[in-house]
Design a protein around this ligand. Structure first.
Ligand SMILES: *[C@@H]1O[C@H](CO)[C@@H](O)[C@H](O)[C@H]1NC(C)=O
Ligand SMILES: *[C@@H]1O[C@H](CO)[C@@H](O)[C@H](O)[C@H]1NC(C)=O
Length: 449
């Protein structure tokens, strides 16, 4: 009980710290949860597990609601939504009223309401709460969407975040010596179209980010991006399907790594959402210590729940077959692939009192049990760690990009699928030939008799 009261008091101090310049000494923050992709109209039982973790801070990583509308897949008929002959887009935006209603449903969810009462909640957006699937800077409803997201997050009426173009923001938690900076990126408002290799953040946000990273240090800096920073799944699944990621904008991603390296800032971690599964990736050649990207997606939406039985098994097999060079594999993962395609949330736990100080990062399932995770010392996120401590073989392993894999490995899922398809066609042709010749023989025999 005393523990609970302390936690509530801590949450209160966190709010004090963020909302005013505050005379109270900020509380130590050691438990952070995050998540993405929550369908406001679906059951959201996962909040119970999040509340049990008792986070002082919860971070929304986008698709906080599904605000746009989706037509069903249709190959034929008047409204075709798939194939080169499609004549209507599969997704279309909602009115302001509908969007507002969706946020009201999300906000009044009993589990989420209980979390808001005890934890500080902050967040950014992804495409479906921005207003349209895969949308970028061209989306005309973005200013309305910005106002509605900030209302949902209880952003103060006079907050500068309401006046700027985009929802990016930064926060500082904890007392000197135990500080956590959280940087929320906006990957939508300024984003150029796909295949343009243009910008994700836009120039103003880049300048802001540079100031945030080069400003006073903090023991930990969490950079929240709605889309994955390190993993580039599309490299092994294109051209069949692409997911959004920083990898799709190689120049922009290089700029991010260079900015981090130039800032000489220690303790940086990425968190991301969007893809409807969870995983942890690590890149050792971005700066001179390992960069981790913990992806948690989604709170309700997941690749396995999107398909009927027994297809989840095939999805798990595919997840295992698609090669990933940067994923963190561990025998402790729930599945061999070290991905998790059912509803999940992410947690970061810092042991400030341990000596040396340590940090535990996990993706957890709907019951709060870990499905993948890493445990680190804070000193592993310090400048120079890679070259001073790790052998060349170890860090080179986490420097190989997906696109550097030999083609037969990179596309092995495609080869298998193609192989299976061709095999099925051959079997079908053979069966047809056999049936035809059998029936001919039968007919001949029938006539002769
Ligand atoms: C959200 O959940 C509702 C109710 O289960 C369902 O009808 C709807 O299709 C879901 N939306 C998405 C985007 O999954
Ligand atoms: C990610 O994959 C896409 C698709 O294959 C590719 O065009 C892009 O260059 C890759 N990005 C990086 C940084 O490797």
């Amino acid at each position: 009980m005393a523990f609970r009261i302390l936690a509530i008091a801590a949450a209160f101090f966190v709010s004090v710290r963020v909302s005013s310049s505050g005379s109270a000494s900020p509380a130590v923050v050691s438990r952070i949860a995050f998540g993405s992709c929550a369908n406001q109209s679906a059951d959201q039982p996962i909040w119970n597990a999040i509340i049990d973790f008792d986070p002082q801070l919860f971070i929304w990583l986008g698709d906080n609601i599904y605000g746009d509308n989706r037509r069903p897949f249709s190959i034929l008929g008047k409204e075709r939504t798939i194939g080169p002959w499609k004549n209507v887009p599969r997704f279309f935006p909602s009115s302001e009223e509908q969007l507002k209603k969706s946020y009201e449903i999300a906000k009044s969810n009993p589990g989420y309401s209980a979390l808001r009462r005890r934890s500080k909640v902050i967040g950014t957006w992804d495409d479906h709460d921005y207003g349209l699937n895969d949308a970028g800077k061209e989306f005309s409803g973005k200013d309305t969407s910005q106002r509605l997201l900030l209302d949902f997050l209880d952003e103060a009426e006079d907050s500068p975040r309401r006046k700027q173009a985009g929802v990016y923001a930064s926060y500082l938690f904890g007392p000197t010596g135990k500080q956590i900076k959280v940087i929320l990126l906006d990957t939508r408002y300024h984003r150029d179209p796909f295949f343009s290799d243009g910008s994700i953040l836009g120039e103003t946000q880049w300048e802001w980010l540079q100031q945030e990273l080069s400003g006073p240090g903090s023991e930990i800096t969490i950079i929240a991006s709605s889309i994955q920073v390190i993993s580039n799944l599309s490299a092994s699944t294109g051209p069949y399907f692409y997911v959004e990621s920083w990898g799709r904008f190689p120049k922009e991603r290089k700029r991010l790594y260079e900015l981090i390296a130039d800032s000489k800032r220690n303790g940086i971690l990425f968190i991301s959402g969007d893809v409807h599964f969870g995983e942890i990736a690590r890149y050792d050649c971005g700066t001179d210590y390992p960069l981790y990207d913990i992806t948690s997606s989604g709170l309700t939406q997941s690749v396995e729940n999107a398909v009927p039985q027994p297809l989840p098994f095939l999805i798990r097999a595919a997840a295992w077959l698609i090669p990933s060079t940067l994923r963190v594999y561990s025998p402790k993962c729930r599945y061999k692939s070290c991905t998790y395609g059912k509803p999940n949330f992410g947690v970061i736990e810092i042991d400030w009192d341990a000596s040396p100080q340590s940090i535990k990062i996990e993706v957890r399932d709907v019951n709060g049990n870990p499905v993948t995770g890493v445990e680190l010392l804070l000193s592993e996120l310090q400048s120079g760690y890679t070259h001073k401590t790790l052998s060349r073989g170890v860090y080179q392993k986490h420097c190989t990009l997906e696109v550097d894999l030999p083609w037969f490995l990179r596309y092995r899922l495609s080869f298998l699928l193609f192989g299976a398809l061709i095999g099925a066609i051959v079997v079908l042709i053979l069966l047809t030939v056999i049936m035809l010749s059998l029936s001919k023989r039968f007919l001949r025999k029938y006539k002769i008799d």
